[in-house]
Design a protein around this ligand. Structure first.
Ligand SMILES: NC(=O)c1ccc[n+]([C@H]2O[C@H](COP(=O)([O-])OP(=O)(O)OC[C@H]3O[C@@H](n4cnc5c(N)ncnc54)[C@H](O)[C@@H]3O)[C@@H](O)[C@H]2O)c1
Length: 355
């Protein structure tokens, strides 16, 4: 990029300079054949070489001693005033300075830090750049503080819960589950599930928090997805968030009453988010309590769908997932999950067949 721009600047500066000099020649009858020879030689004309390097080489080459002899000769014959040779010299120096500074500006532009606070940037470029960064580099780009995965413990029975186990004890699966009460936007994991609406253009609740944390490029990418149907899932970058991706899903609007349609739609949200993660080789995913806020799905019914869907997905795909985090925000939801997790992820041996 820097080289292209400096080539362009060299072309522009060479043509401007030669036009100025042409005028000088016409008005002063000065013979610039030597200058033209150098500047218009095939290598220079065809490759529009970097004039600063050229003027450097030029000043140290034999051509320059001829040039100096020629300009001395012209000066002595009075046809080439000192002022004119100074102007030409200054012209060359300023052209070189222009090219060098344009290269420096381009080089700086190439290295300038990503701007995650503006929607003017190209979201595709920024997303690619972020995903190519090391963890250390990415941590400098977060727009929020972060909680690393090793700070989120694997869920352990408290021993007080008396839920009747619905599945066989499976320690391999139990090691993949966490219950975390806090802000999902802080989690430094592969993907966050977002309880979005059909527009995917942000809103409030956890959706609003995720968009605020990610910055305006998230909405920019979402606007290219053409919305999302209830139960479906779509994936985007996470931009200023500590997570790498956001998987957007739209929960059913229940407003208190839940039938088979709503149950199926909520199950599809969890299943399609997990499938999307697996398809993108993502191994750590966090879920908010989808649909239990503004969309009014009763939390005590939603928890059954969430735990059942995740349990059965992990049984069918144990090697594809390292951690599923149930990220609850409200104390009431934390208590609910603590009471129901032992039923879906029992830690003691239990009935032979799963329901
Ligand atoms: N004005 C609005 O457009 C508006 C207002 C509120 C919510 N919403 C959102 O509500 C709709 C989806 O409803 P929903 O019930 O599925 O989602 P929701 O209303 O965001 O609630 C889902 C769950 O997420 C919890 N939650 C809220 N913030 C966080 C956070 N930072 N980290 C973890 N969990 C959190 C919340 O307590 C609830 O248990 C969408 O339109 C979405 O934009 C929109």
């Amino acid at each position: 990029m820097a080289f292209q721009l400096s080539k362009l600047a060299a072309r522009v500066s060479v043509s401007v300079l030669t036009r100025v000099l042409e005028k000088q020649k016409v008005s002063r009858g000065v013979d610039f054949s030597l200058f033209h020879t150098v500047v218009n030689s095939p290598p220079c004309a065809s490759r529009a070489i970097n004039i600063s390097a050229r003027s450097e080489r030029f000043s140290s080459s034999s051509a320059s001693s001829k040039w100096r002899a020629w300009s001395r000769d012209r000066v002595s014959r009075g046809a080439f005033s000192r002022r004119r040779s100074l102007a030409v010299l200054l012209g060359t120096v300023s052209v070189s300075a222009a090219v060098l500074s344009s290269s420096a500006v381009c080089a700086m532009a190439a290295r300038s830090p990503l701007n995650l606070d503006s929607d003017k940037s190209d979201w595709k470029e920024v997303k690619k750049e972020l995903l190519s960064m090391s963890l250390k580099e990415r941590r400098e780009m977060y727009r929020t503080d972060y909680i690393s995965l090793d700070q989120v413990p694997v869920w352990k029975h408290s021993g007080t819960a008396s839920a009747k186990p619905l599945y066989k004890a499976n320690d391999e699966l139990n090691q993949k589950i966490s219950l975390f009460r806090g802000d999902i936007t802080k989690l430094e994991i592969d993907a966050l599930a977002n309880a979005a609406n059909k527009t995917l253009l942000g809103g409030g609740g956890v959706d609003g928090a995720i968009h605020r944390g990610a910055g305006p490029l998230l909405r920019k990418e979402c606007s290219t997805l053409g919305g999302c149907e209830t139960g479906e899932a779509k994936i985007t970058g996470a931009y200023g968030l500590p997570a790498k991706y956001v998987i957007h899903t739209v929960g059913p609007i229940a407003h208190g009453t839940v039938g088979e349609t709503e149950r199926r739609a909520l199950r599809d949200c969890y299943y399609n988010c997990l499938r999307m993660a697996t398809e993108n080789q993502l191994r750590t995913v966090a879920f908010p309590c989808i649909s239990t806020g503004v969309y009014g799905y009763p939390p005590e019914q939603a928890v059954e769908v969430a735990l059942k869907t995740v349990r059965e997905y992990l049984e069918d795909n144990p090697a594809q997932m390292d951690r599923v985090i149930f990220c609850v925000f409200l104390k009431s939801d934390e208590d609910l999950y603590k009471s129901r997790l032992p039923a879906y992820f029992p830690q003691d041996a239990f009935p032979k067949s799963k329901l």
